[in-house]
Design a protein around this ligand. Structure first.
Ligand code: AMP
Ligand code: ZN
Length: 467
């Protein structure tokens, strides 16, 4: 299997560092609102990566975090629950959006049962332990509003900028309290933030015994939760390209400073952005859509999944409604063919089986070649082209549907259940009406079925589709 590694700037052969298990960490959402569909695209690609690793015979241990304490969750939880104490407000508020996120992950076809979710607020003691270690080793210092990572000390033994390949000016350091900051400068960043008025806080004693109640910085939570669950170094770290600097650069620094191992993660796999009118979709630019926006316009979340995987994860994709419509049409064609398994008789064909298996193999190879989803989709298109009402080898169709669902998570099988006995009765009645040339009854029955979302395709033996 081959994968692009941001660390090496090239597509490399991928193998787990030890044994057959791939240890993988994905930066998860900050749970203060609905994720926007750009965020969801990032998690769809991570899901596709995990599926591809599994199709290559690897076991995958996949960890994803919830950032459930930061400036935004604190601000909005207070707004939502002004009369609760800050800690209760934060817990209630973030719990709600964790659930919203998990629901949306499932709706877009991501298999959350294959992911272990961890939360910053469940890992405070371990975060504090790393803060103390960094202080003890002299790569962090105490300031009046928190504890900061000392980049110049780090640079005495390691390279800062090894992931982002930015050649920072060694003298150009300022201290910064924000988690997200400009991309041109190295800043000493907060690993522990002292409590401000009205903020939730955890007790914390610095190594010299001084009390500093507060909360973790953003970067340190990922360092701690990844290494705690996966060991160090682990195999793959994922996220969008906006996380390369400062977030992932800072994770590396925190986890490799002092006497810690020199390597943090072997592969960094970053997805390009979903754009709107050529600009990154983001909450701060107010140019974002959420999954409920798409559903409100009549789209299925899996139409969005199709749109995302039609692009390679390393190409920026411009989101448009017409693009989504095209993705929907492609998915509907596949679903209509999937529905044939309920209604046509088996037409065994070795040729069809062989060709379908060939296309499945080509699609699997494309996925293993740096997750080439656009090519995989084209091979699957060609396999679906082979299947039609009068010429359906049911075993070939079953293999095709299983392969598409396993590799791409499009849920073709569960999206296309059989229609009911009553619906079949209506189809038979309509067929009789047609034979009797009773066009009025035939039209009425067709409309009745259409009202139930079932479309009849006339032929010697009529077939139906729901999509
Ligand atoms: P955040 O909640 O902002 O940390 O983002 C969650 C994930 O979505 C991160 O991996 C980001 O890099 C990724 N992300 C943010 N915006 C976009 C976008 N417009 N397109 C694709 N991925 C994004
Ligand atoms: Zn992270």
């Amino acid at each position: 299997m081959r994968l692009y590694n941001t660390r090496t700037h090239q597509v490399d052969d991928f193998k787990p560092l030890t044994g057959n298990e791939v240890r993988m960490y994905s930066c998860g959402p900050t749970v203060y609102n609905h994720a926007h569909i750009g965020n969801l695209s990032s998690y769809i690609y991570a899901d596709i990566l995990r599926r591809t690793l599994k199709s290559n015979g690897y076991q995958v241990k996949h960890i994803m975090n919830f950032t459930d304490v930061d400036d935004k969750t604190i601000r909005d939880s207070h707004q939502k629950y002004p009369n609760e104490d800050p800690m209760t407000a934060l817990a209630k508020f973030t719990k709600h959006y964790e659930k919203v996120f998990l629901d949306e992950m499932v709706q877009v076809g991501n298999n959350i049962d294959d992911i272990t979710f961890v939360k910053a607020t469940d890992n405070i003691a371990d975060i504090q332990k790393l803060v103390c270690e960094l202080l003890n080793q002299g790569v962090a210092y105490v300031a009046d509003d928190g504890v900061y990572f000392d980049i110049s000390k780090y640079r005495q033994t390691r390279v800062y900028g090894q992931l982002s390949h930015i050649d920072f000016d060694a003298t150009d350091h300022q201290r910064i309290n924000n988690d997200e900051y400009d991309k041109e400068h190295a800043h000493d960043f907060a690993i522990w933030k002292q409590q401000k008025d009205g903020e939730p806080a955890w007790d914390f004693a610095l190594p010299d015994g001084t009390k500093m109640p507060g909360r973790p910085g953003w970067h340190i939570e990922c360092s701690v939760m990844s290494v705690k669950n996966l060991g160090q170094p682990f195999d793959i770290h994922t996220g969008g390209i906006d996380l390369i600097f400062p977030h992932h650069e800072n994770e590396i620094a925190q986890s490799t400073a002092g006497n810690q191992p020199a390597e943090y993660a072997n592969f960094f796999v970053h997805n390009e952005h979903l754009l709107v009118d050529g600009v990154k979709m983001s909450k701060s630019a107010h140019n974002f859509y959420t999954l409920p926006d798409l559903i409100g316009r009549g789209f299925d979340p899996l139409d969005f999944r199709m749109l995302v995987i039609q692009s390679h994860y390393r190409s920026a994709t411009n989101f448009s409604w017409s693009g989504l419509e095209a993705a929907k049409n492609r998915r509907h064609r596949w679903c209509s063919i999937a529905e044939l398994r309920h209604q046509v008789s088996d037409n065994p064909s070795d040729e069809q089986t062989d060709k379908v298996n060939e296309y499945i193999e080509l699609a699997t190879e494309a996925m293993s070649s740096d997750l080439d989803t656009p090519s995989a989709l084209k091979y699957f298109d060609q396999a679906f082209d082979l299947i039609a009402p009068g010429q359906t080898d049911l075993t070939a169709l079953d293999s095709l549907l299983s392969a598409v669902d396993q590799l791409l998570g499009l849920n073709l099988i569960t999206s296309t259940p059989d229609i009911s006995v009553d619906d079949y009765r209506l189809i038979d009645q309509r067929q009789i009406a047609r034979q009797d040339k009773d066009w009025a009854t035939s039209d009425e029955l067709r409309d009745e079925l259409r009202a139930k979302g079932i479309i009849i395709h006339d032929g010697t033996t009529p077939t139906w589709s729901r999509h």
